[in-house]
Design a protein around this ligand. Structure first.
Ligand code: ADP
Ligand code: ZN
Length: 598
C-alpha cells in the first residue's frame, strides 16, 4: 500500500497554501468593502429636523432608500444628514416632499460598491465552489494525502491511562477482554500454542454504557496505542475518502505494531448492503465497508492489532462483518442494574473529595434505566453544586440535588413563583406525597421539592421497588399517586384546578392504557391489542372507555385518601411552603405520622 512520494507532497503543500491565501484575501477584501469609514456616514437626525428644514426652505434634494427606511437629506448649504422613518411611511413622505417642491430621488440599493467589488462578491462563492471541485478532482489523483496524514498523526497512538478498575459493574465483559490484553502483552505465547485469537470483538449496547471506556481500558491495560474513529465520521464524506481513511487508520495501527483500533458507531459504515447501490452515498458507504473487510482479512498471524467496534444497532450490521476472523465475538454491554449503578457511582465518587464517604445506594435505587454516562454525570454535577455552594467537600444534599439536576434539569430559582402558585404547588406535591405515604403498594417518596425545575413547578421523587414484575395493586397505587396532585389542587381550590397536572395525567394515562391493552388488567378483558386494532373504531371506543374508567377509579381513591388524611396533607404542604424541599428523613417522619393515624 505505497503512498505518493515525498516530492509531490511538497508541491501539494504549496498549492494548498496558495488556495488558502487566495481565499483569505477574498475574505479580507469583502470585509474591508463592507465597512464604510466614519466620515462617509452622515449624521442621523429626527423627522422633526427634516420638517424644520422643509419649512425653512433649506432642503435641496432628498433621496429615499425605502428598503432601509432612510431618507438621505441634502441641504442648500451642502450639509447632509439621514432621517429614519417608520416602515410604510415612504409614500406619505414622498407626497409631502413633492408638495414642498423638493426633488425626490429613490435609491434602490444602499451604497453602490465599485463594479469590481460587486463582481467579486457575486463570483466569490462560485470561485470557492470551483476551488472545492478542483480540490476534489486533484484528490482523486491522490493529492489530498498530505492533509490526511496531518489529520491522522494527531489521532494516532496515545496510550490511554484508563484501566479495568475504572470500569464498574461489568465483571463478565472485563474478564472476556482480559484475554485480549494477555494476547497483546505476549502474542508469542498464544501463537506458540497455535491458538486462534479473535481479531475483533463487537461491543453492543445503548449509548453511554461504557463501550468506549472498555476499549480504552483494554489499550490502557495492554499499554498499546488506542486508535479510534467513529463510523459517523465517514458519513457524507467525499467520494473515495472513506475507504482511504479506513486504510490510513489501519496503516497507523500496523505501524504501531501492537495497537487497539476502535470503531465507534460501526453501524454507520457497516449497515447491511442491500442490492445495487442506489446513490452516491450508499456506494460510498459500501466502499468504506469493503475496505474495512479487506483490512480485517489482511492481518497476518504475527500482527498484533486488535479491533474493537461498538454499536447500539447490531441488528442492522452486514453479516459479512460478523464472519469468522472478523468480528467473531459479540459482547453485550447492558444498561446497569441497581448494583451495577451503585458500583459505577462509587468508581466516579472516588475522584471527588468527600463523595466517597456518602451513601450512593439511594441514588442507585432511584435511577433505574440510567447508564454509566448518566451516573458519571450525577457525580460530576454533585461536585459542581458543592463548589457553587462553597462546600469543602461534596455533601449529601449536593448528591441528592444532583440527581434532580440530571433527571429534571437544573433548579430554576430565578423563576420565582408568586405566593398563589407556591401554595398551589405545595398542595399539588403534598397530594402526591400523601397518596404515596398511605398506600403500602405505592412507591416510596424520598424527596419532594417545590423549587421550579425545567418546566415543572415542583417534583416528587419516588423510589421504585426492587421487583421487576408490576402487580395490579402496584399499578393501581401508582395511578393514585400520579393523580394525587390534581386531587389536592381540587381540595385547595374548591373545585377549581390548574394545568399543572398535565404531565401527571400523561403518565397516568400511559400506564392505564397499558393496563388495558397490554396487561389485561381491566374489565375489558385479557385481549392484547396491537396499535392497528385500535384504529378500528369499535375497539378504540371500548379501549378509551376502559382507560377512562381505570383513571376515574384511581381519582376517586385519591380523593378519598386525601379526605381521610386531610391533616397529613395540611402538614406536608405547610412544611413544603416553609422549607421548599423535604428529604428522605423528613418524609420518614411524615410516614411515621401517617402510620400512627392509621
Ligand atoms: P459508550 O461508548 O457505550 O457510548 P462511554 O464509554 O463513552 O459509553 O461512556 C461514557 C462515560 O460514562 C465514560 O467515560 C464513563 O465516565 C462513564 N461510564 C459508562 N459506563 C461506565 C461503567 N461501566 N463504569 C464506569 N464508568 C462508566
Ligand atoms: Zn404532579
Amino acid at each position: 500500500m505505497s503512498r505518493s512520494p515525498r516530492g509531490s507532497r511538497r508541491r501539494r503543500g504549496a498549492l494548498l497554501a496558495l488556495i488558502a491565501a487566495a481565499l483569505g484575501a477574498t475574505v479580507v477584501v469583502v470585509v474591508l468593502l463592507s465597512r464604510r469609514t466614519s466620515d462617509d456616514i452622515p449624521p442621523t437626525r429626527g423627522l422633526a429636523a427634516l420638517q424644520e428644514d422643509l419649512d425653512a426652505g433649506d432642503v435641496e434634494t432628498v433621496t429615499l432608500a425605502d428598503s432601509t427606511g432612510t431618507a438621505h437629506v441634502k441641504l442648500e448649504d451642502g450639509t447632509t444628514y439621514d432621517v429614519r422613518y417608520p416602515d410604510g411611511f415612504g409614500p406619505d413622505l414622498t407626497a409631502d416632499l413633492l408638495e414642498a417642491g423638493i426633488d425626490v430621488e429613490v435609491e434602490e440599493r444602499p451604497a453602490e460598491p465599485p463594479l469590481w467589488a460587486d463582481l467579486l462578491v457575486r463570483i466569490g462563492p462560485l470561485l470557492v465552489v470551483f476551488g472545492l471541485l478542483g480540490w476534489l478532482l486533484l484528490r482523486r489523483g491522490g493529492l489530498l494525502g498530505g492533509i490526511m496524514s496531518v489529520r491522522r498523526n494527531r489521532s494516532a497512538g496515545d496510550i490511554p491511562d484508563t484501566r479495568f478498575g475504572d470500569v464498574a459493574g461489568l465483571p463478565e465483559i472485563v474478564d472476556e477482554l482480559r484475554e485480549i490484553v494477555s494476547f497483546l502483552e505476549d502474542p508469542a505465547r498464544f501463537l506458540r500454542l497455535g491458538a486462534r485469537v479473535p481479531r475483533g470483538v463487537l461491543l453492543t449496547g445503548p449509548p453511554g454504557t461504557g463501550k468506549t471506556l472498555l476499549a480504552r481500558a483494554v489499550a490502557g491495560e495492554a499499554g498499546v496505542p488506542f486508535i479510534a474513529i467513529s463510523g459517523s465520521d465517514f458519513v457524507e464524506m467525499f467520494a473515495g475518502l472513506g475507504a482511504s481513511r479506513m486504510r490510513n487508520l489501519f496503516d497507523d495501527a500496523r505501524k504501531a505494531e501492537r495497537a487497539i483500533v476502535f470503531i465507534d458507531e460501526i453501524d454507520a459504515v457497516g449497515k447491511a448492503r442491500v442490492g445495487q447501490p442506489s446513490n452516491g452515498a450508499s456506494e460510498e458507504r459500501e466502499n468504506t465497508l469493503n475496505q474495512l473487510l479487506v483490512e480485517l482479512d489482511g492481518f497476518t498471524q504475527d500482527e498484533t492489532v486488535f479491533v474493537l467496534a461498538a454499536t447500539n444497532r447490531p441488528d442492522v450490521l452486514d453479516p459479512a462483518l460478523l464472519r469468522a476472523g472478523r468480528f467473531d465475538r459479540t459482547l453485550e454491554v447492558p444498561t446497569p442494574d441497581r448494583r451495577g449503578r451503585e458500583e459505577i457511582l462509587a468508581v466516579h465518587a472516588r475522584a471527588v473529595p468527600g463523595a466517597g464517604r456518602l451513601d450512593w445506594g439511594t441514588v442507585a435505587a432511584s435511577t433505574p434505566g440510567m447508564t454509566g454516562a448518566d451516573l458519571a454525570n450525577i457525580v460530576n454535577e454533585a461536585a459542581i453544586l458543592a463548589a457553587r455552594r462553597g462546600h469543602e467537600t461534596v455533601e449529601e444534599g449536593d448528591m441528592l440535588d444532583a440527581v434532580g439536576v440530571v433527571t429534571m434539569g437544573p433548579e430554576r430559582r430565578s423563576r420565582v413563583l408568586n405566593e398563589r402558585d407556591r401554595r398551589i404547588s405545595a398542595w399539588h406535591e403534598a397530594g402526591h406525597v400523601v397518596c404515596a405515604l398511605v398506600q403500602t403498594e405505592a412507591p416510596v417518596p424520598h424527596r419532594v421539592s417545590i423549587v421550579p425545575r425545567g418546566r415543572a413547578g415542583g417534583v416528587t421523587w419516588l423510589l421504585p421497588d426492587d421487583n421487576d414484575l408490576l402487580t395490579l395493586r402496584q399499578a393501581r397505587a401508582q395511578l393514585v399517586v400520579a393523580l394525587g396532585g390534581r386531587a389536592a389542587e381540587e381540595r385547595l381550590m374548591e373545585g377549581d384546578m390548574t394545568h399543572g397536572a398535565a404531565s401527571d395525567l400523561k403518565n397516568a394515562t400511559q400506564l392505564a392504557r397499558r393496563m388495558v391493552v397490554e396487561f389485561g388488567m381491566t374489565d375489558l378483558g385479557l385481549a392484547s391489542f396491537e396499535p392497528e386494532d385500535l384504529q378500528l373504531s369499535p375497539y378504540s371506543t371500548d379501549v378509551h372507555t376502559a382507560v377512562q374508567t381505570t383513571l376515574d377509579e384511581a381519582m376517586t381513591r385519591a380523593r378519598t385518601f386525601l379526605t381521610e388524611h386531610a391533616p397529613l396533607l395540611t402538614s406536608v404542604s405547610g412544611l413544603l411552603l416553609e422549607r421548599e424541599t423535604l428529604d428522605s428523613a423528613d418524609l420518614a417522619d411524615l410516614r411515621a405520622q401517617a402510620e400512627a393515624v392509621a
